[in-house]
Design a protein around this ligand. Structure first.
Ligand SMILES: Nc1ncnc2c1ncn2[C@@H]1O[C@H](COP(=O)(O)OP(=O)(O)OP(=O)(O)O)[C@@H](O)[C@H]1O
Ligand SMILES: Nc1nc(=O)c2ncn([C@H]3C[C@H](O)[C@@H](CO)O3)c2[nH]1
Length: 237
């Protein structure tokens, strides 16, 4: 059994190797991951201006209007009742994003099928808000899609921010459905992002990882975004 430290070392080497490695591709898919309010949309906004980049924002507007139903609001108001319906629709809309053909050399997705499963579904189940049978159905559905469809990503960018920082930004951004999001929810989502992306406790990384400390204020963050741009574009032939 390889220890977590050893795994992390190998993982870092793999990331380093891939990020700095000689192999390049003519087009890549990047998944931008992070807690609620960590700054993903801000990161994507920065990259939108580059001609090589096509940005796929999280399909929140679809979730807020499924033939007139605001499924995001339903989930936040009564997760036990609506999480299977909501996560099923998240899974469909994320699969659409993965499958969308690239119009440019860099396709940047806000979140992915992977964080929906490994962070949000896992959080609902572990928090007792999702019955075992719903968890099993979603896991089978997720397994089928990721086995039978090309949902690959070439790089994961993790905007790593403390839950407290995320909470203050959620208030700032003031999305109606999120105003009741408790700190405990942000903390458990943060722990699941760390479990998956940093420690690889239960779920494997589907691609090399680039971590950005997103606690910094916006002025310092643009310098980090610029550094990330160099590393991402270096993957392009
Ligand atoms: N580094 C930063 N410093 C200060 N404010 C920030 C920073 N990054 C983002 N913000 C602000 O915090 C709020 C949330 O940021 P953003 O929408 O990018 O987060 P997000 O990760 O996309 O959230 P969600 O997961 O809910 O979509 C926005 O109002 C944004 O302007
Ligand atoms: N339950 C749940 N499952 C998901 O897969 C998921 N993906 C995003 N979100 C929530 C977080 C923000 O409020 C808002 C925008 O990111 O939507 C999710 N909520």
């Amino acid at each position: 059994m390889i220890g977590i430290q050893q795994l992390n070392l190998e993982n870092r080497e793999r990331c380093r190797a891939v990020l700095d490695g000689p192999q390049t591709k003519d087009s890549i898919t990047v998944a931008v991951e992070g807690n609620i309010g960590s700054g993903k949309s801000t990161f994507l906004q920065y990259f939108k201006k580059f001609p090589e980049v096509e940005v796929l924002p999280e399909p929140v507007n679809k979730w807020k209007d499924v033939q007139g139903f605001n499924t995001l609001d339903l989930m936040y108001k009564d997760a036990s009742r609506w999480s299977l319906a909501f996560q099923s629709y998240v899974q469909l809309t994320m699969a659409e994003g993965h499958k969308k053909s690239k119009s440019k050399s860099v396709k940047m997705m806000e979140r992915s099928l992977y964080s929906a499963r490994n962070c949000f579904v896992e959080n609902l189940y572990k928090g007792g808000l999702m019955p075992e049978v719903d968890y099993a159905i979603l896991s089978e559905f997720y397994g089928w899609i990721t086995t039978n469809e090309d949902t690959n990503v070439d790089l994961i960018v993790y905007l790593r921010a403390d839950p407290e920082v995320c909470q203050s930004r959620i208030r700032l951004r003031n999305r109606q459905e999120e105003q009741g999001v408790p700190m405990e929810y942000l903390k458990s989502l943060h722990a699941l992002h760390e479990d998956w992306l940093i420690d690889e406790n239960k779920f494997k990384l589907p691609a090399p990882l680039l971590v950005i400390d997103a606690n910094s204020d916006i002025s310092q963050l643009y310098t980090k975004f610029e550094e990330a741009k160099e590393q991402i574009f270096a993957k392009l032939s």
